[in-house]
Ligand binder design. Structure first.
Ligand code: NAD
Length: 251
């Protein structure tokens, strides 16, 4: 059996950090070598690990990327809500070390990405696309990274522009819905782990694709799977569809 992969876990005190540490206890092929959170120095602890997993806050991205590049460590990023500048820092790091940036590590949601792409292609311009996401009241960013990715997948399939054709919620005299539009709606309520629905609707029928996460364990197990996968890969920016082998089939 191969030696276990040592993980430096950033955001270890958070909900996802704790879920990943719990999941690692039951996985023979990974171990948590360092637990880091807000205020901890990154360079020393990551030098003794094989891979870094980040589930912290978007603001941490530039420093984590710098440290991973300096130490030549692969990086798995589950954190969402990055600004354009923070995303650029991640893309730059991926030129030197392998990086996985995934808004969602569950197998089900990555299948939903695939289904959304295929459904948008099959149904075509006659169907309106609306995306709904629901998360717990403590979530800091909106809409969710998963909902943004669903919008990106649908926009690409329908040749729409995220800048021009994506609307967030509606209020007031918004007029009739243009066909060339994707609607996005973020609900915050209670302790919902994460629900995502993509609605495809035409005048005569409606198709809805829904995924509901009932436990953070699914994200944690997926993040550990991604961490094992990325060790030894060439420098590039990957996503969870690459890890699951869905990328080639997705188009
Ligand atoms: P949380 O608020 O419970 O935990 C975040 C942790 O990060 C906290 O302990 C906080 O102290 C720490 N932190 C904040 N800034 C930091 C910094 N600069 N350096 C180091 N640590 C820092 O949040 P959560 O629910 O665990 O979610 C964390 C992130 O993961 C969010 O962006 C969330 O959207 C994302 N998330 C992704 C997935 C996925 O599958 N990709 C799933 C769930 C959540």
């Amino acid at each position: 059996m191969s030696a276990s992969v040592r993980v430096a876990l950033i955001g270890a005190a958070g909900r996802m950090g704790q879920a990943i540490a719990r999941a690692a206890e039951t996985e023979a092929t990974v171990e948590i070598g360092a637990k880091l959170d807000l205020g901890d120095a990154v360079d020393g602890p990551i030098s003794g690990c094989d891979v870094v997993i980040d589930f912290s806050h978007a603001d941490a991205a530039p420093e984590i990327c710098r440290a991973c590049v300096a130490a030549h460590k692969p990086l798995v990023i589950g954190t969402t809500g990055h600004s354009a500048e923070q995303t650029k820092a991640i893309q730059k790091a991926a030129q030197t070390v392998p990086v996985i940036l995934a808004a969602n590590f569950s197998v089900g949601v990555n299948t939903l990405f695939w289904l959304t792409r295929r459904t948008a292609e099959l149904l075509g311009d006659g169907f309106d696309i609306e995306i709904l996401e629901t998360h717990h009241r403590l979530k800091k960013d909106a809409p969710s990274g998963t909902a943004k990715r669903l919008a990106a997948v649908a926009a690409e399939a329908r040749r729409l522009s995220l800048e021009k054709d994506l609307v967030h919620g509606r209020a007031g005299q918004v007029g009739e819905r243009p066909a060339q539009q994707i609607g996005m709606h973020a609900i915050r309520a209670g302790d919902v782990v994460g629900d995502h629905t993509v609605i495809f609707a035409s005048p005569g029928e409606r198709l809805e694709l829904t995924h509901k996460a009932s436990s953070r364990e699914t994200f944690a197990v997926g993040a550990l799977r991604a961490a094992r996968w990325i060790v030894g890969k060439p420098a590039a920016l990957y996503n969870m569809e690459d890890v699951l082998g869905l990328s080639g089939q997705a188009r």
